[in-house]
Design a protein around this ligand. Structure first.
Ligand SMILES: C[S@@+](CC[C@H](N)C(=O)[O-])C[C@H]1O[C@@H](n2cnc3c(N)ncnc32)[C@H](O)[C@@H]1O
Length: 274
């Protein structure tokens, strides 16, 4: 039996922050950093009936639960529970690690959501780099969102998605792109590099994003589609100020508040080994 909305409300407010906006009971919605509910119908097929699906870097589980809702036979969600195991540049301080650790609380958001929704999604602790067909099997549909940006070696991660995808399956990725580099260089593959103090590494233009996918042995089924990720109720609103407008990061945050976080999504298929 589904828990009463009041009980669900209490469980939602037991967490200090949520990454995903999830409707856990009628009218009870988590105050996520992002609200991806309008994005999912563009990125996921309407039906995944009977398919074995994988969600990589699941956080609070939005994409895994969406795949389950679309009729998947099995959904496996993987994540790294301990943020210390992420790809941190050596210049990172402990304050940011602590902030992200507090936000994640050992995957507590996923546990609450799965229990309340009565979900059968299987949560496994694994890095994307350790995905292995011998251990995890192969999947018909593999999804990875907003993770390439946080990886020192995004192409190796894409290679692991290819390795666990059925030869006739689909790899769906959606990740951060640089809109300015995309506008200025629509065809040339270019990326800006951060890698200083926080686990933010490569920010490709759309051409480089597609090239990364191809270089991992995945053939795009269509060109990458730009998309904006709408902020959720838990994301602070950035207001224009001198401090915000005079830094590149400030302008990026302001644009994300106003228009959503700039990303692109792509469906691809493993290319057989030569
Ligand atoms: C920015 S969140 C994206 C959440 C979700 N995938 C989405 O698209 O909404 C990044 C997630 O990836 C996880 N993560 C970070 N490094 C990882 C790695 N090497 N392997 C798997 N997951 C990782 C983090 O713990 C976090 O849950």
């Amino acid at each position: 039996m589904a828990p009463a909305p009041e009980t669900v409300r209490e469980r939602v407010s037991s967490r200090q922050s949520w990454y995903h906006t999830l409707e856990l009971a009628p009218g009870v919605v988590t105050p996520g950093w992002f609200d991806l509910r309008s994005v999912a119908p563009a990125v996921l097929p309407a039906s995944l009936t009977g398919q074995r699906c994988l969600d990589v870097g699941t956080f609070d589980g939005f994409w895994a639960f969406e795949m389950e809702r679309r009729g998947a036979a099995e959904v496996v969600a993987v994540d790294i529970v301990d943020p210390l195991a992420w790809d941190w540049p050596v210049t990172s301080g402990s304050t940011l690690v602590q902030i992200l650790e507090d936000r994640k609380q050992g995957g507590a958001g996923f546990d609450i959501a799965a229990e309340v929704l009565g979900s059968a999604v299987r949560y496994l602790e694994s890095s994307v780099y350790d995905l292995d067909p011998d251990r995890h099997g192969r999947f018909d549909f593999v999804f990875m969102g907003s993770l390439l940006l946080h990886l020192r070696d995004p192409v190796r991660a894409l290679e692991r998605l290819r390795a666990v995808c059925h030869p006739a399956g689909t790899v769906a990725t959606m990740d951060a792109v640089d809109p300015t580099l995309t506008r200025l260089f629509p065809r040339r593959a270019l990326a800006s590099f951060d890698g200083d103090g926080r686990p933010w590494w490569w920010l490709p233009n759309v051409a480089a994003y597609e090239r990364m996918v191809r270089s991992a042995g995945l053939a795009p089924l269509a060109p990458a589609t730009p998309i904006r990720l709408p902020p959720g109720a838990g994301q602070p609103v950035v207001k224009p100020s001198r401090a915000v407008l005079t830094t590149r990061e400030g302008r990026r945050l302001l644009g994300a508040t106003r228009k959503g976080d700039p990303q692109a999504w792509l469906h691809s298929r493993p290319v057989p080994a030569a």
